[in-house]
Design a binder for this molecule. Structure first.
Ligand SMILES: C[S@@+](CC[C@H](N)C(=O)[O-])C[C@H]1O[C@@H](n2cnc3c(N)ncnc32)[C@H](O)[C@@H]1O
Ligand SMILES: Nc1nc2[nH]cc(C(=O)O)c2c(=O)[nH]1
Ligand code: SF4
Ligand SMILES: [Mg+2]
Length: 254
């Protein structure tokens, strides 16, 4: 290791890929490069990205400096600045501040996806902060105070203060009720509802076999979710599918 990298905070990376389109939430359809960190403090029953969560995949993750990550992003984007999507795993457990600052200086903007279990003051340097608290079907418990701290950190820390949205995965009626409660607790945040993929790729598989998916089932859930939301008159909510899943199934790196 060189003298330079010795004193830097390293970021644990699972994969960097793109440009592709952002398939979810507020920036759906927009071009982006993904930087996916390795490691998560949650274990959602239906997680579609276990290869960036489960420590059995640790050997596939690499420690990178912010400079190395930005270099790869610039290489992939042909040097043309765009929005970088930080996801994971939980990117909030990695030291992302220097990468965001370096990227901003080079003209790149950043959005970040997190479950909202850890608040960081550098959230305020993002362009978009997507908070994705986990509904009952995930098997996880939400700490609403920590989620609130995430919102406050994003609003009060140094920097421009991002657009903050709630993006909630819905599998069933209990999840829908949870989403409604979250919407009431965070009245000033736009709510995005996303139908769950009940056939996520298993942790052990990669490639073509893992890309198999019950598309009809997902579309059926999406229709139910639209119907449920409209029937309630919940017109401030936006219902969106995982566009990348509709286009490419469970394929990785898209
Ligand atoms: C893989 S997570 C990584 C970022 C962070 N850990 C989080 O959960 O927000 C990115 C997004 O994918 C969603 N997601 C994960 N598995 C899913 C599934 N089976 N169906 C639909 N969305 C899923 C998560 O809820 C989250 O909004
Ligand atoms: N195209 C595309 N859009 C995405 N939006 C959120 C993703 C994620 O895994 O965090 C994702 C992903 O993996 N691919
Ligand atoms: S919080 Fe996100 S990355 Fe972690 S297990 Fe849940 S869906 Fe997967
Ligand atoms: Mg994903």
């Amino acid at each position: 290791m060189s003298h330079d990298t010795q004193h830097q905070e390293l970021i644990r990376i699972s994969e960097i890929f793109g440009p592709t389109i952002q398939g979810e939430g507020a920036l759906i359809g927009r071009p982006t490069v993904f930087v996916r960190t390795g490691g998560c403090d949650y274990r959602c029953s239906w997680c579609d990205t276990l290869y960036a969560v489960d420590s059995m995949h640790r050997a596939d993750w690499t420690q990178m400096t912010p400079e190395q990550i930005l270099q790869e992003v610039q290489h992939l984007s042909g040097g043309i600045p765009l929005t970088v999507s930080l996801s994971g795993g939980n990117p909030a457990i990695q030291p992302m501040q220097s990468l965001i600052e370096l990227g901003n200086a080079a003209g790149y903007q950043f959005c970040l996806e997190t479950q909202g279990s850890i608040a960081k003051d550098w959230f305020s340097k993002l362009n978009v902060l997507t908070l994705s608290p986990k509904p009952p079907s995930s098997g996880m418990e939400t700490d609403w105070n920590t989620l609130k701290e995430c919102v406050e950190a994003a609003r009060s820390g140094p920097g421009q203060s991002p657009l903050i949205i709630l993006k909630i995965v819905v599998f069933d009626e209990a999840d829908y009720q949870y989403a409604q409660m979250a919407g009431r607790l965070f009245m000033d945040l736009p709510v995005y509802l996303q139908p769950g993929n009940h056939t996520p790729p298993p942790a052990s598989e990669t490639g073509k076999a893992a890309a198999e998916i019950d598309m009809q089932g997902i579309l059926e859930r999406m229709r139910w979710l639209v119907d449920r939301t409209v029937r309630d008159g919940w017109h401030s909510a936006t219902v969106l599918p995982q566009l990348h899943t509709l286009l490419w199934g469970n394929l990785r790196g898209v």
